[in-house]
Design a protein around this ligand. Structure first.
Ligand code: XMP
Length: 309
């Protein structure tokens, strides 16, 4: 059993020892892993930790505002918010292949991040890597962004205070650090964000649909008192025929995925009560213009991955 107080004390000391009076940088997403890593590093380094929130425009509803409030205002971190939405959309124009989308997002992310790293003369890179990240990356299943050297040749020493922890242990540490529930109990969210929850090309219109859809799914799952590993909406690239009012409408298809898991290596589709699924379907089709059909994904992992792309 992990003793969170002891872990925190040792992690803070270790970060201080590793970085000394130099400057570290962290890409803070608001997810539980990077948040915990950032708070530990902030305790160790104070102003010498620069937390960079790259807003790629693919965040969930309200997420950028929340990160600014919690980490910038309440915790007083040295936080840089980079609004890079246009840059990412431009880079993704016309791209439909899932791995290509991930590669481009990873590349632009690093470019943006590197600009800040150079500006603040960072020597160390703090990452919220946890055990399953490097186990899965080692297996080569999907590209995660585990950078040590940046494309310009800038080399940053990696600081990975969470690398031996599993997700449930990170949450224990998050609670012990006094982070709000919205962070400590936050569902995992992929680095490339909503961009990999839109099948095919990413456009501002589709982003709007999937962002609203995702907020509805998360809200109804929470309201029903369910605590899955992840619950989210995906916008498929298949249009289907529907009827709204008395009018035929050729509209969007939204897939709903709710999974239970311990570490994301395997997952099972959750048996969400029928009335909850119906409520979700009703709200998605009523509240979001252009959505005419809702599907529930009943596939486990394996063979399906949790995300669709
Ligand atoms: P898959 O889809 O591979 O996802 O079954 C496993 C877990 O990882 C999350 N995920 C990511 N997390 N960067 C991340 O930080 C990524 O590129 C990424 N892709 C998937 C996914 O949400 C799930 O919890």
């Amino acid at each position: 059993m992990l003793d969170p107080e002891k872990f925190i004390q040792e992690a803070v000391e270790e970060i201080r020892r590793q970085v000394g009076d130099r400057t570290a940088i962290i890409a803070l997403s608001g997810g539980v892993d990077s948040s915990v890593a950032a708070v530990l590093a902030h305790r160790a380094l104070g102003e010498h930790l620069v937390a960079v929130f790259v807003d790629h425009g693919f965040m969930r509803k309200g997420e950028p505002e929340e990160v600014r409030r919690i980490f910038g205002e309440e915790l007083g971190m040295n936080l840089r918010v980079v609004d890079a939405g246009e840059r990412f959309l431009e880079a993704l124009r016309g791209v439909t292949d899932p791995e290509e989308k991930r590669r481009i997002i990873g590349r632009v992310f690093i470019e943006v991040f590197e600009e800040v790293a150079a500006e603040v003369r960072a020597t160390h890179l703090v990452q919220g890597t946890i055990a399953p990240d490097w186990i899965e990356s080692g297996g080569g299943i999907k590209s995660h962004h585990n950078v040590a050297g940046l494309p310009s040749g800038m080399v940053l020493e990696l600081v990975e205070p969470l690398r031996d922890l599993y997700k449930d242990e990170v949450r224990v540490v998050a609670r012990a650090l006094g982070l709000p529930e919205s962070i400590s109990e936050r569902m995992p969210f992929p680095g490339p964000g909503l961009a990999v929850r839109i099948i095919g090309e990413v456009t501002p219109e589709k982003l709007e649909v999937v962002r609203e859809a995702n907020a509805i799914v998360e809200e109804e799952i929470r309201r029903a008192g369910l605590k899955p590993w992840q619950a989210f909406a995906v916008l498929l690239d298949t249009k289907t025929v529907g009827v709204k009012g008395d009018i035929r409408e050729y509209g969007h298809t939204v897939a709903v995925r709710v999974v239970e898991s311990l570490d994301a290596m395997t997952a099972t589709a959750m048996e969400v009560p029928w009335e909850v699924l119906r409520r979700i379907a009703k709200r998605l089709t009523r509240e979001i213009e252009g959505v005419t059909r809702v599907l529930y994904d009943i596939t486990d992992k394996p063979p399906a991955t949790i995300e669709f792309e």
